[in-house]
Write a protein that binds this ligand. Structure first.
Ligand code: NAD
Length: 268
């Protein structure tokens, strides 16, 4: 018996990066997985590839900026699989040309980023919860970010949307736990997906490597493993939590690396 046998799972942004790794992981563990993505062609390709390996996956178009699209993908999952047991709210993103420090950010980008990163997660949850409660339960896993927990020199609105995702997680867990629904979030640090690496020069990569407690940078599969755990019965006593998956970047005093460097040069 696999962990997700007979479970219907919806993964938003499932055609690439963390979403695809999650779809792969949960499908390999027995789930029927709906891959929802605005790159429908790639979603279909990935679904076909997984199905050729014996999985059961399907693809559906999803526009994270559109409310009706968020409603539609939940309905389509229920229509094709008969129900929805697990919702993975993974879609999110940022335009670092517009989302800067507070003084210089482009406030006209506010609606776009809040709609994609937070409103879409509210709407899919709102649509999926009644079905989950009617069958006695389910699990929602939201993909937040360390940016929702810490300050940064840019990406201000992104951080605020992710803080909203963390709050949404607690509200869902509080309001629907008694009806059998658990809701948790994962807060990744830097993860080597195409979106992240595209914006990452080598010198920045070195900074992240230096600041991580572990000696490597995270892969999409690392976050997928955390998501699958939170969605599974292995996490049945965990709800309303945000699990940090950042290679230990946020576990230490921020001065540690500087003081190590100083000690190498004879300083204290
Ligand atoms: N990669 C990181 O370093 C990192 C760190 C912290 C948090 N996150 C969060 O993890 C999640 C996934 O990140 P990723 O790096 O895998 O993303 P990604 O940019 O690689 O995208 C993953 C998939 O989402 C789809 N997608 C993107 N925007 C969409 C939209 N508006 N509507 C529908 N589909 C859309 C893309 O087509 C792609 O298939 C996001 O919520 C992101 O904020 C990522």
């Amino acid at each position: 018996m696999k962990r997700f046998d007979n479970k219907a799972v919806l993964v938003t942004g499932g055609a690439g990066g963390i979403g695809l790794a999650t779809a792969e992981r949960m499908a390999a563990e027995g789930a029927s997985v709906m891959i929802a993505d605005y790159n429908l062609e790639r979603a279909r390709e990935q679904a076909a590839r997984l199905n050729a390996g014996g999985c059961r996956t399907e693809a559906v178009f999803f526009d994270g900026g559109d409310v009706q699209s968020a409603v539609d993908i939940v309905r389509e999952t229920v229509r094709r699989f008969g129900t929805i047991d697990v919702l993975v709210n993974n879609v999110g993103g940022n335009d670092l040309h517009r989302d800067l420090d507070i003084v210089n950010l482009d406030i006209d980008y506010f609606d776009t980023i809040f709609h994609i990163n937070l409103r879409s997660q509210i709407v899919t949850s709102k649509e999926a919860l009644p079905t989950m409660m009617a069958k006695g339960g389910g699990a929602i896993v939201n993909v937040a970010s360390m940016s929702g927990l810490l300050g940064d020199f840019r990406g201000s609105m992104y951080g605020m949307t992710k803080a909203g995702v963390i709050s949404l997680t607690r509200y869902i867990a509080t309001q629907y736990g008694k009806q059998g629904v658990r809701c948790n979030a994962v807060a990744p640090g830097l993860v080597m997906t195409p979106a992240a690496t595209g914006a990452l020069p080598d010198n920045l990569r070195e900074i992240f490597l230096r600041q991580n407690a572990v000696h490597y940078l995270g892969e999409a599969a690392d976050i997928a493993g955390t998501i699958a755990f939170l969605a599974s019965d292995d996490a049945r006593y965990i709800s309303g939590q945000t699990i940090t998956a950042d290679g230990g970047m946020s576990c230490h005093n921020p001065t540690v690396q500087d003081i190590i460097e100083l000690s190498k040069t004879g300083g204290k």
